[in-house]
Design a protein around this ligand. Sequence first.
Ligand code: SF4
Length: 451
Amino acid sequence: MAAKAVRATQRVRAPRIGFASLGCAKALVDSERILTTLRAEGYQIDPSYEQADLVIVNTCGFIGPAIDESLDAIQEALEHNGRVIVTGCLGARPERIRERHPRVLEVTGPHDYAAVLSAVHKHLPPRHDPFLDLVPPQGIRLTPRHYAYLKISEGCNNSCSFCIIPALRGRLASRRIDQVLREAEQLVTAGVKELLVISQDTSAYGVDLRYASAPWRDRVYQTRLTDLAEALGSLGAWVRLHYVYPYPHVDELIPLMAEGRVLPYLDIPFQHGSSAVLRRMRRPAHAEDVLARIAQWRRLCPDLTLRSTFIVGFPGETEAQFTELLQWLRAAELDRVGCFKYSPVEGAAANELGAHVPPAVQAERYERFMECAAEISAARLRRRIGTRVRVLVDTVNTKGAVARSAAEAPEIDGVVRIAGPTRVQPGDWMDVEVLDSDVYDLHARAVNPGP
Ligand code: SF4
């Protein structure tokens, strides 16, 4: 035994990789895939850049500040390690990276896993070691154990004028439904309690595959969103849908939500409430129709939570159009809202629209928008006082637990705070009674303190 132990410690040190993941949940899923493959090949993932043999930086290139953040992250990796491979959205513009950081070893584009891996193999060849090649069945994940992002497609067929994602990530490429369902099944088997469905455009899922059919368990499903929601709903986990573009067939999801098969939660990036601005954004422009649909959805599913994001200060946005947006927001009474000030991205068609809104006006509109959204959020949360809800615990400390109900997505929405010592663990379910609310969070007490 002793000899074996000595031999084990004398094995050649595994190649170590440092990793930085920037950007959205979709980029996070890319990072997880890269890390899972590297780990399977025997690489160790090292939290410190100094100890690593090489660092991979997965960048974001969505808007100006994200590009700056990515370039700074590359600089930090170069300073602390010196051997850096860059991938992700900004990797689609290698000249931008090399101009500021000529020392990077390689630059690969978004969701090109093969290119990242071959760059790693070239600069840091793998060493096979069966002791290091073990990967948990759910792969390496960057989210807590109890929830996971499920990426159903890459790319996008839309051409929103403020966005260069289609140029960076290409046209829609959906994963066939049986592949997605098998991954979801594995995640749930490994302990995941909440599946967060993501893509660039979740509603368009399967269009590129002409809704190809595939068997899963005892049925044949089509590669389309309604079938996916129905099948995922049978796994016994929470299923939350993100980035749903407001196509008409989204209406088909509402009955599934009303029946409790998927969470009554829709994340739809509406972007604006003025039809004129929406037209310039090249988004579906029927703002009033959307209000009527929201009302209908809420009639069919009164517990529905609606989350959205908006852009203020879009080129040419007049004060009247901004006021229209605020009125639309008040009429829609969205539960959760995020807001960005328009920021020109190199290559975006919106840059050519002219009449850019001055930064001071953008900032003032942003403040007014957030005030309005905060009032709506506070009012909608107040209505939940006195209700009993099931929550999933995210974190626990000596002061209590922080959890989320069906109405709160992780990382982007408010939370449910449960004060007082508790024996629950992250990933446990709890039943709570809502006692109070503030602008974004609920305060509750356990009615069933868990195991
Ligand atoms: S739907 Fe529009 S904003 Fe979203 S990725 Fe596609 S082009 Fe960009």
